[in-house]
Design a protein around this ligand. Sequence first.
Ligand code: NAD
Length: 239
Amino acid sequence: MTLREIVDKSRRIVFFGGAGVSTESGIPDFRSEDGLYRQKYDVSPETMLSAPYFYSHTREFYRFYRDKMLPLHAQPNAAHRKLAQWERAGKLLAVVTQNIDGLHQAAGSRCVFELHGSIHRNYCLSCGKFYPASFLAEGSDVPHCTCGGIVKPDVVLYGEQLDAPTVQGALQAISEADTLIVAGTSLTVYPAAGFVDYFRGRDLVLINRDATPLDGRCSLVLHQKVGEVLGELPSYLPE
Ligand code: NAD
């Protein structure tokens, strides 16, 4: 069966995505040939994006974070836009994403479970005051709140727990889906990668440039670009 045929008959699609969904918006992923992990740093990106490193090397954390993790000018691509249209058309229940860039919401998606948080939410560690991403982008050192506390991005750093209500919502949506489309993820970051095991529906579809551990379990595997693949499909919205 083709992806078009699967999507045509689906009524409760859930999309589970990762960094590869945003590469066509110009944001590098982590593990591709041109991904962040292939670039050379004195300290590995996993270490720099860990909670212990944030608290012990806050200045160095922010140097890396500002340089690599704040793509504020990136725009949604054809994949983000099509998923938002499917939600409006009543075909898609939810987007579950490992991304922190906010591009699904920028495209108009409303039900988005951000498993790893968002660069668009930042909080003072002392008083909890909220700051937008522009506050971090404009500064050049450790960002401080008006109260003097350090401002931390609401992203899940290595070593931190996922937000429990977000996890619960994501698992609920996945378990209610008739079709699960997994795309742009190497499926190597846990616990997120294990979420696909909660799928009980009919068609498990994988759209990923490189092979993943899930390929053998899918009804359909497309080793293609997700924006190009979804961009070809109908919006299912009335003309
Ligand atoms: P990953 O880097 O481990 O894997 C990305 C996968 O996407 C690769 O298998 C690659 O083949 C595939 N890919 C790349 N471009 C693609 C495209 N256009 N179409 C289809 N497939 C494509 O990413 P991951 O599994 O999401 O894990 C990385 C972690 O880093 C996640 O937790 C994520 O939150 C974070 N991250 C987020 C962003 C972002 O918010 N945009 C960017 C980089 C990393």
